[in-house]
Design a protein around this ligand. Structure first.
Ligand code: IMP
Length: 427
């Protein structure tokens, strides 16, 4: 059995949670490898409807071991709340383990996230406000505190003491806000440590053993390729790599051990937060897509910006991830539309281009060049076999496949587990 990375191919919210939940039936291990509780993976299954933020969507399987990898930044309070919520719903979390190398989100990270956004003014990123950027900045600056540090209270106090001195100086002298109390933060994090201690492990060995046993291992991506800090719409991005390559770093697995990379695309585009989105629809169709699909953030409740499928961005995403197959989700949302548009190029400063520019200035000036395709205008939510999809829907998918240069082996026609058309085996 292979190792499969499930990767968000657009700006996040593509339906990765549902895809992982589907694949989990056969998986022995599911690993989250990037982001933090900025992610909101919606899963609807016999236990109910859940918006998972940190716990891998594999938690609903009766046997899959779930790991939160070193590449995730963990808000311990949010994780404890999520574990308790799952337990109250009858979900067993005893197979959940957290890397001892994962960095923690500290109270000052959340404060700085808000303060920095305010400082950006009209150029605010529109972050989720969960402290993600400041936590990853501290990781790179070697000022992070990691889950493993929670297990040694004396060392934790020493490290927190010096870091908090520095953070408090910035809070008071730069931003003019009140400092945080060492005592309070320390005791709070000691409590978190006691709650989480049974879950904290060295996880790379567990992952290696599962791979060596030939088990099906899923690397569960968070966010999407176009939010990657290197390749996304920088600086309007997140702060860790949601790409397949990020899966290697954030889980602790070598690239040679990943067998398949499944790109998850919505049948249209959405984005939350600021930054360029060339195919955004600020009209009736955009509104219709948002309401029909209930495109509101699972983490922040913010309305998502909606637009046509951007095949230029999709091709770029496929290139930087190396997708071996794709899942197209939410096809049913397009059911009522008489005509569909697909962005196949951009007009930039009078010239036609077919690539995704690196600068947000250029992206902001890009006018989409659309190809029009006929809609199918019949419901698809009940369809379970690919051949039964209307011809126009199959033509639409075939055109997407040409751009992403890999087969769309899974097509989703609704949020429920069974509303899925498995065209070819994913494994
Ligand atoms: P941050 O990750 O909270 O710093 O937010 C940076 C940008 O990434 C903002 O535009 C967020 O809306 C976006 N973002 C972060 N996480 C997600 C997600 O899970 N889905 C969609 N957008 C996200």
């Amino acid at each position: 059995m292979p190792v499969i990375a499930v990767i968000g191919a657009q700006w996040g919210d593509e339906g990765k949670g549902k895809v992982v939940d589907l694949l989990t039936e056969k998986a022995e291990m599911v690993v989250r490898f990037s982001g933090g509780d900025n992610a909101g993976h919606t899963v609807i299954n016999p236990w109910g409807k859940f918006a998972l933020h940190l716990v891998p969507a594999g938690i609903f399987s009766p046997r899959a071991v779930c790991l939160i990898g070193n590449g995730v930044v963990i808000n311990p309070g949010a994780l404890i709340d999520e574990i308790e919520l799952l337990n109250r719903s009858g979900v067993d979390t005893s197979r959940l383990f957290i890397s001892d190398r994962a960095n923690l989100i500290m109270p000052y990270h959340i404060l700085f996230d808000g303060l920095e956004e305010k400082w950006r003014g009209g150029k605010a990123i529109g972050t989720t406000g969960k402290g993600i950027g400041p936590a990853f900045s501290d990781k790179a600056a070697r000022l992070g505190i990691r889950t493993g540090d929670l297990l040694d209270k004396e060392a934790l106090l020493e490290r927190l003491h010096s870091i908090l001195d520095y953070k408090n100086a910035i809070l008071t002298k730069v931003y003019g806000v009140s400092p945080l109390s060492l005592d309070e933060v320390y005791h709070q994090y000691c409590q978190y440590g006691e709650c989480l201690a049974p879950y904290i492990r060295e996880t790379t060995g567990m992952l290696e053993e599962a791979v060596n046993r030939g088990e099906l291992v899923l690397l569960e991506g968070a966010q999407g390729a176009l939010l990657d800090p290197d390749f996304g719409t920088y600086p309007y991005t997140t702060s860790s790599s949601p790409l397949a390559g990020g899966g290697c770093l954030g889980a602790g697995i070598g690239p040679s051990r990943i067998n398949a990379i499944l790109g998850v695309f919505k049948a249209y585009c959405t984005r939350v937060g600021s930054g360029p989105m060339p195919t955004e629809l600020d009209d009736e169709t955009g509104h219709l897509i948002r309401e029909r699909a209930q495109e509101y953030g699972a983490t922040t409740g913010r309305p998502r910006r909606c637009g046509w499928f951007d095949a230029v961005a999709a091709r770029f995403s496929a290139r930087i991830n190396g997708f071996t197959a794709a899942a197209i989700t939410r096809l049913d949302i397009l059911d009522t539309l008489p005509r569909l548009k697909l962005c196949v190029g951009y007009k930039l400063d009078g010239k036609t281009i077919d690539y995704f520019p690196s600068s947000v200035g250029a992206l902001d000036r890009c006018q989409p060049i659309y190809e029009e395709l006929p809609g199918w205008q019949v419901p698809t939510t009940h369809i379970r076999r690919y051949e039964q999809l209307p011809l126009q829907a199959r033509q639409y998918i075939a055109r997407l496949e040409e751009f992403i240069a890999c087969p769309a082996n899974l097509v989703c026609v609704g949020p429920e587990r069974e509303q899925s058309i498995l065209r070819k085996p994913l494994l």
